[in-house]
Design a protein around this ligand. Structure first.
Ligand code: NDP
Ligand code: 8X3
Length: 253
């Protein structure tokens, strides 16, 4: 295993959850970190905590121009990104598809798919030019296993899975690694966002079970990126020990 000194790690969605945990982990191990998100106050607080090894980029990942401008704005000492963690993402709602709010569906696509590909498009050419890089994408078990109410959210994560594998196909001769990390239930602000700020509904999701923590997921991502340079971890699927699979559902008259 390597260590993170000498790396410049860009983590999208570093204002909460997995992203904040990753920023702290990489910075603690000597990396420079570029932390992004929409909530400027949280970015500033995390930068204060980490110090000179952190650089903040405050933009909405749904805005492709803002993504490219943010990457172009990087100062020379942060511009050679070695690890891009495409982490920013969200679920909105958990209702049946026939009751869905189109704005929620569009926001998930704009964030989890369009935002992720914009970041990749903005950062990947530099990695290829420097002949060094690693892209980590946050998929989800929801991209593999269907569940009621997972509709568009799970479908965006299936995209992330297949996009990651297709990136591997394109980058095999370019010394850029790609990993898709696909967690199950982890307690972050994810469910608060999903249930539109309803803290008690969000808390119920994790009631009576030990969910994964942001640090558990950060640890797996860190491990995948610190493997020796000749090893590519394609996919990491991880769940809380007390989460597993259900039976097929059968509707009977
Ligand atoms: P959190 O809600 O805790 O964090 C999400 C992060 O994404 C925030 O920093 C938020 O920043 C950022 N983000 C969301 N929308 C945008 C946007 N439009 N522009 C820029 N940043 C944005 O969730 P998690 O840490 O749990 O989720 C991180 C990733 O992991 C997501 O892709 C999620 O789908 C995935 N995941 C989560 C699981 C879980 O159980 N928690 C399991 C499997 C995958 P801000 O609001 O400041 O912009
Ligand atoms: C988040 C995990 O199981 O809530 O991606 O869809 S789950």
């Amino acid at each position: 295993m390597g260590n993170a000194a000498g790396h410049t790690v860009l983590v999208t969605g570093a204002t909460a959850g997995f992203g904040a945990a990753m920023a702290r982990k990489y910075a603690a191990d000597g990396a420079k970190v570029i932390i992004t998100g929409r909530r400027a106050d949280r970015l500033a607080a995390l930068k204060d905590e980490i110090g000179d090894n952190a650089h903040t980029l405050n933009f909405d990942i749904q805005d492709q121009d803002a993504v490219f401008k943010a990457i172009e704005s990087l100062p020379a000492d942060f511009s050679d990104i070695t690890i891009l963690v495409n982490n920013a993402g969200l679920a909105m709602g958990m209702g049946s598809a026939d009751t869905a709010d189109m704005n929620d569906w569009n926001t998930m696509v704009a964030t989890n798919i369009s935002g992720l590909i914009a970041m990749t498009g903005a950062v990947l050419p530099g990695m290829v030019a420097r002949n060094r890089g690693h892209i980590v994408n946050l998929g989800s078990v929801a991209g593999t296993y269907p569940y009621p109410g997972g509709n568009v959210y799970g479908a965006t994560k299936a995209f992330v899975h297949q996009f990651s594998l297709n990136l591997r196909a394109d980058l095999v001769d370019k010394n850029v690694r790609v990993t898709c990390v696909e967690p199950g239930m982890a307690e972050t602000e994810f469910s608060v966002v999903r249930f539109d700020g309803d803290e008690s509904k969000a808390a119920d999701v994790y009631k009576g079970m030990k969910a994964m923590t942001p640090e558990d997921v950060a640890e797996a991502i860190y491990w995948a990126t610190m493997m020796p340079a000749h090893v590519n971890i394609n996919t990491v699927e991880m769940m809380a020990t007390v989460q597993a699979f259900g039976p097929f559902s059968v509707h009977r008259e």
